[in-house]
Design a protein around this ligand. Structure first.
Ligand SMILES: [Zn+2]
Length: 492
């Protein structure tokens, strides 16, 4: 019986967030060890859920190692790499395997490694040699590097954003691995890079033009060109100051590097040719709230794009809450990461009135804190299940930490102790909040929250130019290592 090691380490590292992501940050979202991976991820919409589905059906023995991801934040500390790699390498020491499946991100940067995934793949490749195939899933926001291409046998990248095809990509990576192990194919990968930093809240959704042209062409190439195994555009991650920053395309062909390179170049040129069309002008917080108040199509979901938790920010920005209160908005839902305020509010208990300062404490960029007076309505430990059938991380248990709902008239403020991105509506529903009941909701996200915030939770969207580490105004950041010229920082 053939044996395959499965594992994963995922993080989107925002290098402009000064708070490092250490091992503890991975533990907060739970690290799964050994059989826990199979028990917790089977039948979930995750990459490992997809691996398990295919391996179960193929009668291949699973050798689970370690799997975990931390909420995006600053660069990953060395103690996290040490833990994940030591378990993966020990697993390989103790077991003979015929192949390896890894769920990685592609935009992970370590305090000691510009290319976190390349480093992991290199260490594993050094351990197993060239004979054992390694098949990998990456996020659409992966920053492709030569080391990743060199060390893996197959890389596949999400095709959706909001990311909904995690399990599908896991199935794809596992299916390709099995074909390699059976000797049916000999994949070779070629890639192209473009000098372009794009991302949320730019106009970059793969199901909207102009990116849809690129994604449609990639599917056409996979379908129509004999020998092409996968064609994957990757958007990269804007808040990364690394030598290989920028968009990229990886194309895998069966034993034909020339054809792989031809289509990687074609798709890369195509993606780059639309560069000016990705850029959008965004309203400032004051204009945003005016627009939301006057919207003829409520409920409105407002992207707090500078404080996009999924893009590595703290989630305590108060720019929009400040305007909501100042402009006398009649109905709004505003979640904030603020563990101290959550503690303070939990102490007074359900039903009590409280006056306290919320948010704006992590960095002066996100402040100042806002004083509110309201009634404590709900206190929870913040543990919830991502329930929606095929939704973001469906089937996975998540944790917002101690969370408190305070109603300030018809403005509901929810204080979380662990930053939680709004990509599954359960982040609100779990504390009794239904965004469809409000005129507007503040979403600490760039674009991914739209999968959760669709009718009836939201009928329209406004992307707001709020301050923070995930701002799309790249002139707010000082880049030192990226190659220049780089669009849109430089005119190309
Ligand atoms: Zn992503």
């Amino acid at each position: 019986m053939k044996r395959v090691m499965i594992g994963g380490m995922r993080h989107e590292s925002n290098m402009f967030n000064p708070v490092y992501t250490d091992l503890n940050a991975f533990k907060l979202r739970r690290i799964l060890y050994g059989r826990e991976i199979v028990n917790e991820r089977r039948n979930t919409n995750t990459e490992t859920g997809g691996f398990i589905d295919i391996l179960d059906k193929s009668g291949i023995e699973m050798v689970p190692s370690i799997c975990g991801q931390a909420m995006p934040a600053g660069s990953v500390a060395e103690n996290a790499f040490v833990e994940f790699l030591s378990v993966m390498l020990d697993t390989l020491d103790c077991n003979t395997v015929d192949g390896i499946l890894l769920s990685l991100h592609g935009a992970m940067v370590g305090t000691e490694h510009d290319d976190g995934e390349g480093y992991i793949l290199q260490r594993i490749r050094d351990k197993v040699g060239v004979e054992i195939p390694i098949s990998v899933t990456l996020d659409f926001h992966a920053t492709l590097t030569p080391l990743m291409i060199e060390t893996a046998d197959f890389l596949t990248v999400y095709r959706t954003y909001p990311h909904m095809d995690m399990a599908d990509r896991g199935r794809e990576a596992a299916s390709v691995l099995i074909r390699i192990m059976n000797g049916d194919i000999k994949p070779v990968m070629a890639f192209s890079k473009q000098p372009m930093l794009i991302g949320p809240p730019h106009n970059v959704l793969p199901h909207d033009y102009p990116m849809k042209h690129v994604m449609d062409r990639a599917r056409e190439i996979e379908r129509d060109v004999p020998g092409i195994i996968a064609a994957c555009p990757a958007q990269g991650f804007m808040q990364q100051d690394v030598p290989h920053a920028g968009t990229g395309v990886v194309v895998t062909a069966d034993n034909d590097l020339k054809i792989a390179q031809k289509y990687a170049d074609e798709l890369g040129d195509m993606m780059f040719s639309y560069r000016k069309k990705y850029i959008v002008d965004l309203p400032n917080p004051e204009e945003t709230i005016k627009l939301a108040m006057n919207s003829g199509n409520p409920p409105v979901a407002i992207a707090d794009s500078g404080d996009n938790i999924g893009g590595g920010t703290p989630g305590d920005g108060t720019a929009l809450l400040h305007e909501i209160l100042k402009q006398g908005v009649d109905s709004a839902f505003v979640p904030l990461w603020d563990p101290d305020a959550a503690q303070e509010a939990a102490k007074v208990g359900v039903g009590a009135q409280i006056t306290l300062e919320v948010g704006g404490k992590s960095d002066s960029l996100y402040g100042p804190p806002v004083k509110i007076t309201g009634i404590v309505r709900t206190i929870t430990d913040g543990v919830f299940l991502n329930r929606e059938g095929k939704g973001y991380w469906a089937g996975v248990k998540d944790n917002m930490g101690l969370s408190v709902r305070i109603d300030v008239g018809k403005i509901t403020v929810v204080l979380n102790s662990i930053s939680t991105s709004p990509n599954n509506l359960m982040h609100a529903n779990a504390i009794g909040v239904y965004p469809e009941d409000y005129r507007m909701s503040v979403c600490k996200g760039g674009l991914a929250f739209r999968e959760a915030y669709k009718p009836p939770a939201a009928n329209s969207y406004i992307q707001s130019d709020t301050p923070g580490y995930s701002s799309s105004n790249l002139n707010n950041f000082t880049y030192k290592k990226i190659k220049r010229p780089m669009f849109p920082l430089d005119e190309i």
